[in-house]
Design a protein around this ligand. Structure first.
Ligand SMILES: [Zn+2]
Length: 494
């Protein structure tokens, strides 16, 4: 069903569960290293392989990081809580249970505010808890890469036991047509909070941040919640938005046809923007949770929690409010920069000496256009904030005009070196030599005597065509303002 029609008939309710791998040097319950990309099964030991007789010891830094995340998300921090065993059987989990938290999470009842289209939406956080990651299975031989149809499966336990924080929202209702953007804005803001805390590299493409997206629909005017589906492990911000949109359209079509939504997990497909059915959740799985007997309870000292709170860094929303003031931009400009992931780049360009307005103009204009054309993120463009600052400086000094500056940026992006290298190699310096400029103007006046006569007779507006001729003849390198002055002077109208 088309999205607009779906929204006329139904009211979407979202829920987001986000897993964030912490960037601790060692794993959650053993001393194994956590670097990404090592050869399979080289970062393992008896504890994370669950060999008989091995015992876990909790990673203090992981607990501290989780408390800091909870504080940044305005949560209450438990005075006393425990780990729990979540029992299920899958080859990527060597213990046959996962050490997680159940009814006693470390952090509860917080919120995170996000801004969409100038409107602030408060996303309530139900809980933030700490657990261990599983290993990684690879299913070989099937068409889908999933276990069904595979010839055999192999497993890498390097990831097993890496500390994982799970952040669960309360149901998010009342966002209407904005639901997909709200989901994306939440994931974006959460990623920035994690970055500002320095607790994770939050690389979605490497799986260090993964979102599960719950969607259900209520018929308009109904107070009864619909059945929800859970789309697992969505691994980019854009995909979070597309997964919500795709699920709304899919569920609306089924409900409008008199069908019912099956409670299940679903998989998101990047290529189509659609989800397909995974495991049915109609029969609730019994994980037989019980308190983990091999670990001590966690009872964070109140003074320690207070000192962690006092030492939190400036959070992204606070930073944006400050930069908005410093840069003198509107809420919508700020939101646009935020959505384009341009704030860090603009800030670094300003730090390198550029005026904020110029830094914003280049990153949000020419460079955003080029990133868009190349299908890449702004930050991935092969140009530094220092380069952009240098270009603004060259424009300010009169050595370049905007048109030449765009060519300089193009050269830097093409790997031709620094802005100064490109100016030099491509000969892009503005024509400052009055003699050279004067010669070009004389030729243009001779070739355009009609326009020249008009200007002489007082129709000064006709000078535009002549300036255009000079710019063309100089291949954009003339100083347009100076050319205009000289033309008027030569025609005796100045
Ligand atoms: Zn280990």
């Amino acid at each position: 069903m088309p999205y607009d029609e779906a929204l006329e008939r139904f009211d979407p309710v979202l829920g987001l569960e986000t897993h964030v791998e912490l960037g601790t040097a060692s794993k959650m319950f053993c001393g194994c290293p956590t670097e990404f990309g090592a050869a399979p099964n080289t970062q393992v030991c008896p504890v994370c392989l669950a060999l008989p007789g091995s015992l876990p010891v909790a990673n203090a830094e992981a607990i501290e990081s989780t408390i800091r995340i909870g504080l940044a998300l305005n949560c209450s921090i438990a005075e006393w809580c425990r780990f729990a065993r979540k029992n299920y059987f899958y080859p990527d989990m060597p213990k046959n249970y996962q050490i997680s938290q159940y009814d006693e999470p470390l952090c509860t009842d917080g919120y995170l505010d996000v801004v969409v289209d100038g409107r602030t939406v408060r996303i309530e956080i139900e809980r933030v808890h700490l657990e261990e990651d599983t290993g990684k299975s690879t299913h070989v031989g099937g068409a889908t890469g999933r276990i069904h149809g595979a010839d055999y499966s192999i497993v890498d336990y390097n990831r097993a036991g890496i500390p994982l924080v799970e952040i669960v929202t309360k149901p998010i209702a009342g966002t209407d047509a904005m639901a997909p953007e709200v989901a994306r804005a939440y994931a974006t803001e959460l990623r920035e909070v994690m970055r500002s805390l320095g607790v994770s590299d939050v690389r979605m493409e490497e799986g260090s941040m993964r979102c599960d997206v719950n969607v259900s629909l209520m018929p308009r005017g109904s107070a009864e919640w619909g059945t929800r589906t859970e789309t697992k492990n969505v691994n980019s911000l854009r995909s979070v938005e597309r997964a919500v949109r795709g699920e709304i359209e899919r569920q609306a079509a089924i409900l409008a046809d008199g069908g019912r939504i099956i409670q299940e997990t679903r998989h998101f497909h990047e290529d189509t923007g659609r989800t397909t059915s995974g495991r049915s959740k109609e029969e609730a799985q019994d994980y037989r949770y019980f308190p983990e007997p091999d670990l001590l309870p966690i009872a964070p000292d109140r003074d320690w929690v207070a000192s962690l709170k006092a030492a939190l860094p400036e959070l992204p929303s606070v930073r944006r409010a400050r930069l908005k003031q410093e840069w003198g931009v509107s809420d919508l400009d700020m939101e646009a920069m935020h959505n384009a992931d341009a704030i860090d780049l603009v800030e670094a360009t300003v730090a390198a000496g550029a005026p904020a307005a110029d830094a914003r103009k280049w990153w949000m204009g020419e460079l955003a256009r080029r990133a868009n054309e190349a299908g890449t993120a702004l930050a991935e463009l092969p140009i530094t904030p220092g380069d952009v600052a240098r270009v603004t400086e060259l424009v300010a000094s009169g050595a370049l005009n905007d048109k030449l500056a765009r060519q300089v940026l193009e050269g830097v992006l093409a790997g031709e070196g620094t802005p100064d290298d490109v100016v030099e190699k491509r000969g892009l310096q503005i024509v400052n030599d009055e003699g050279e400029l004067s010669a070009i103007i004389d030729k243009v006046l001779a070739d355009n005597s009609d326009a020249a006569d008009k200007v002489r007779s007082g129709k000064v507006a006709a000078v535009g065509a002549l300036v255009g001729g000079v710019m063309k003849a100089s291949r954009g390198k003339a100083d347009a303002a100076r050319a205009r002055e000289l033309i008027l002077e030569k025609l005796g109208v100045s």
